[in-house]
Structures are given as structure tokens and as C-alpha cells.
Write a new protein. Structure first.
Length: 124
């Protein structure tokens, strides 16, 4: 199966290779990954995006894979990425902002505004 370019909200394109989840012998590589499936039009639909320092240990018992399967996912799209955790997280957030995958609830929440306090507040 050929790879696919996924464009983030920034416009940057990232190359991902799809692998059938159950049939893949994972390696202990750092990577960004996505759980997805091909829809009727031939386009990839993504339901979860993540990053890891060790793809082998992450895929062994991923907490979201069963939920992704219930949504029709058949593949893990992988972008090997040894550029470090900061770079992987930037890529993850860029793609989450574009695709808004339903299982990325932790990254889709709107941040609560913080109240800036000035002055003296005596303890009660």
C-alpha cells in the first residue's frame, strides 16, 4: 500500500505509510501515527492521532484502538519521526487542528481562560 500526505492546519504536509493494525510487526521506533480507514470516495478518515517515542510498546495495548475499530478503523498510518518529542507533538497538534479526530478529546478541548489577578489577596 502506498503512502499518503496528510496536511496540517499550518499547511505543512507530512508523509504517512498505512499499515494494517493486526498484521504489522511493530518496531521500537519514534513516530507520529493515526488510526484511520478509507471511505467510499477513497479518502482517509482519521479518528485518532498520536505520537510516541516507541511505536512497538505503544501499539501493543493502545487504549484507543478498540474504540477506533468500532468507528471502522482498519489501519495505522505511521510517520517515522526521530526529531524529538517537541517536533512530534507539534506535528500531532497541527494534524489534530486540521482533522479534529473524534477520539482526540484531550487535544480538542478549548483551553479555559485564565483570570489574571493583580494586587494583594489576603488568605481566608
Amino acid at each position: 500500500m502506498n503512502g499518503v500526505f496528510l496536511a496540517g492546519a499550518s499547511g505543512i504536509e507530512y508523509f504517512y505509510t498505512p499499515y494494517p493494525f493486526a498484521e504489522t510487526g511493530w518496531h521500537a521506533d519514534p513516530a507520529n501515527y493515526a488510526f484511520g480507514y478509507v471511505d467510499e470516495s477513497g479518502a482517509w478518515q482519521l479518528v485518532y492521532l498520536g505520537e510516541t517515542a516507541n511505536l512497538l510498546s505503544r501499539m501493543r495495548a493502545h487504549a484507543q484502538w478498540q474504540a477506533a475499530q468500532r468507528l471502522g478503523c482498519t489501519h495505522v498510518l505511521v510517520n517515522l519521526n526521530a526529531d524529538g518529542v517537541r517536533v512530534r507533538r507539534v506535528q500531532e497538534r497541527d494534524l489534530v487542528a486540521r482533522y479534529r479526530p473524534v477520539l482526540n478529546t484531550q487535544l480538542l478541548r478549548e483551553p479555559k481562560p485564565r483570570v489574571r489577578r493583580m494586587g494583594y489577596y489576603p488568605g481566608g
